[in-house]
Ligand binder design. Structure first.
Ligand SMILES: [Zn+2]
Length: 243
């Protein structure tokens, strides 16, 4: 495969703390297979940062970037601040800027996702590198979140996929009171979610760059419950509504 050429733009960024201006390199497209260093940097929190020479502090600097992995065939578009409510008003063809044909090729050849934060980008990379399905992961998170809320009586701030030792996985739950908990990922449950709901999961996955985060998981869990109720109703002949 021909090596993709990675380029960068240099911009001047003002340190939000001391105001000093720094030259910062911007990578609008990251070819992680040809340049594995950048994946390593992402995992080590060294991407989307600059070091202020005045205060010696590491500052975050985010910008839109397309992260591409040709080994595990995925592309994650990082649009800082992107949320579920931005889906409707975003023209991805225009944003990628390579024309309709090239965009369609991307969507046909890669698993494509859009994320709004560095943490979300990192999580997608971890999940896809393990050849796991991010949609089944989000549904499992939604299931576990209900359980954790009930058991702990606390509100959840974030729920993140983690790599543990010996090819095992887990979820780190951060509560709104800043305490955390680590839950082991039950692989049997994960496979069951994926296999038993494959059709629904595929139907609920939007075409093109999809935003598969917590909201998607919660909505899919509702859809699963509805389906389950319907199937149960049919089996026992209990459905009351006829249309
Ligand atoms: Zn500074």
């Amino acid at each position: 495969m021909p090596k993709n050429k990675m380029t960068y733009k240099e911009v001047e960024v003002e340190c939000p703390k001391c105001g000093k201006r720094h030259p910062v390199k911007i990578y609008e497209r990251i070819y992680a297979t040809d340049y594995p260093l950048y994946k390593k940097m992402l995992k080590n929190n060294e991407l989307f940062v600059f070091d202020c020479t005045e205060t010696n502090e590491r500052m975050t600097y985010v910008y839109p970037s397309l992260f591409q992995d040709d080994e595990n065939n995925y592309m994650v578009l990082f649009l800082p601040g992107f949320t579920a409510s931005d889906i409707e008003k975003t023209d991805f063809v225009d944003l990628i800027g390579l024309g309709e044909e090239e965009y369609q090729k991307m969507c046909d050849n890669y698993k494509v996702r859009v994320v709004g934060s560095i943490n979300q980008l990192l999580e997608k990379v971890l999940i896809f590198d393990e050849e796991m399905d991010d949609r089944a992961v989000e549904i499992q998170k939604a299931m576990l979140a209900n359980q954790v809320k009930k058991e702990s009586g606390k509100n959840i701030h974030s729920f993140r996929f983690e790599l543990l030792k010996d090819h095992k996985y887990g979820y780190t739950v951060t509560f709104t009171d800043n305490t955390t908990a680590l839950i082991k990922l039950d692989m049997d449950q994960y496979y069951h979610i994926y296999l038993a709901n494959k059709k629904m999961i595929n139907e609920r996955t939007p075409e093109g760059f999809a935003y598969i985060e917590a909201e998607w998981g919660v909505e899919s869990l509702f859809a699963m419950a509805d389906q389950f109720a319907k199937d149960k109703g049919k089996g026992k002949g209990k459905r009351k509504k006829y249309q």
